[in-house]
Every structure is written in structure tokens, then in C-alpha cells.
Design a protein. Structure first.
Length: 120
């Protein structure tokens, strides 16, 4: 009887681990944002200051890239665990106001992609 209970426990734990890992990576999304900024140094400080709101909005990884030809031409990536969280973050009024305040110029080009293997 103890062996049966142990085997059932191991089976349930294994199933839970597989399900949890599948769910956490099932919809991972990377968002690319490309835009020009008025002054990279000013923009970058404002971007860095917005980090707590990124985390609160579901960003679990981010990286900033500067064009080699134009330092005020910026591409940023943000990773989320779901498309819904990503879209909600980029549609937020707080983000839009901050982008304008820190010197983002014009409309940013934003596109959403599945991270490799996360959509299978």
C-alpha cells in the first residue's frame, strides 16, 4: 500500500511539473519596438526609470539596441508570458505618456512574435 501511495504521489508531482512548465512557456511572446528618440541619453534614463512598471506589466526580459548609424534610432525587445499581457502593457496610457515625456518621436513600430517553440 505504501508503495502504491508513493507511486501515485510521484506520478501526480511529475504531471504537475510537466503541466506547469508547459503553461509557463506555452505563450511566451517577444515584442520588438522600433522608434526614434530626441536624445538617447535622456530617453535611456527615462526608460530605465520605468523598469518597475515594466516588471509590474509582465516584462520578464528586456534589451535595448542602438543603431550604429544613428544613436537616436532605437530598437527594444520585451518578453512576456502571454500575448494578452504584452498587448495590455503596450496599450497602457501610462506607457504612452511616458514614451512621449522621455522623447520618443512619432509612432513606434511594434510587432509581436512567438518565442521559438513557445507556440507549439
Amino acid at each position: 500500500m505504501i508503495m502504491l501511495i508513493r507511486n501515485v504521489f510521484i506520478y501526480i508531482c511529475g504531471a504537475l511539473l510537466l503541466t506547469a512548465s508547459h503553461l509557463s512557456f506555452a505563450q511566451n511572446v517577444r515584442v520588438f519596438v522600433h522608434h526614434n528618440v530626441a536624445d538617447y541619453k535622456v530617453w535611456k534614463k527615462g526608460y530605465d526609470d520605468f523598469a518597475p512598471q515594466q516588471k509590474k506589466g509582465g516584462v520578464y526580459f528586456q534589451q535595448v539596441f542602438q543603431s550604429v548609424d544613428n544613436p537616436n534610432n532605437v530598437t527594444v525587445i520585451h518578453d512576456f508570458h502571454s500575448l494578452e499581457k504584452a498587448k495590455a502593457f503596450f496599450e497602457s496610457e501610462e506607457l504612452k505618456a511616458t514614451m512621449k515625456k522621455i522623447g520618443s518621436l512619432g509612432n513606434a513600430e511594434i510587432w509581436y512574435v512567438h518565442l521559438d517553440g513557445s507556440h507549439k
